[in-house]
Design a protein around this ligand. Structure first.
Ligand SMILES: [Zn+2]
Length: 217
């Protein structure tokens, strides 16, 4: 059903499709085989260890062998602060276009960037494509540092008084101590029974004022 929001979203999408979009590469290569892990790289991609990327590497490169878990907060845009080039050089992609910004990786955005919300995505992507590295990013002034589990559950109990038992089973991942949240999430992922022992988990704190990532784990 039409609404001002729907109309606006569709108008913006049409503008993008008409002016910027080009067909994106498919997961099956020209040999008909599904691209997996580092082989899922699409386009004129060369690993940084082999040589530095050149400006001529103009083709979009996707890889599935590493992925990022970040907060759903609209201020936290990993494609921007991690310097990914966005598909089809969309307006943000043009802003970010330098020789070092040529890579795109899967991004899982969940509240708080908490691993409990992302774990099924991580396990599923690993089963499908092979994930070598998980990059966790939490950020200062995260909404989940301003609420605790009890407060969120109290809100839900008020709205859904009949659903108390279900509400009790939920963990929102409220953050008591930023930084420790990254340590806890890295441990959670590493100890998960469906995560392979060789998967590397890194944790970074994103400073929304300075724009820098600080390595925590
Ligand atoms: Zn957040």
């Amino acid at each position: 059903m039409s609404s001002p929001i729907v109309d606006e979203l569709l108008r913006r999408n049409k503008e993008y499709a008409d002016s910027v979009h080009k067909p994106l590469p498919l997961l099956h290569g020209s040999d008909g085989k599904l691209r997996q892990g580092s082989r899922a790289v699409i386009g004129q991609y060369h690993f940084p260890s082999q040589r530095r990327p050149r400006k001529s590497d103009s083709t979009m490169a996707h890889t599935y062998d590493r992925l990022s878990v970040t907060c759903a907060d609209p201020r936290i845009i990993p494609e921007s602060f991690l310097g990914f080039r966005l598909p089809n050089n969309s307006p943000m992609g043009r802003l970010e276009l330098t020789t070092s910004t040529y890579l795109a990786i899967p991004v899982i955005r969940v509240i708080g960037g908490r691993a409990i919300h992302a774990i099924e995505n991580i396990v599923g992507l690993d089963a499908a494509f092979g994930v070598d590295t998980v990059v966790l990013v939490h950020h200062k002034d995260c909404g989940l540092t301003h609420f605790d589990e009890a407060r969120l559950k109290a809100t839900l109990r008020k709205r859904f008084p009949e659903q108390g038992a279900m509400i009790e089973t939920i963990a929102f991942g409220a953050i008591g101590k930023l930084g420790q949240s990254l340590v806890d999430d890295a441990v959670f992922i590493k100890q998960h029974p469906l995560v392979r022992g060789e998967v590397v988990v890194k944790g970074f704190m994103y400073d929304i004022e300075g724009g820098l990532l600080e390595e925590v784990v």
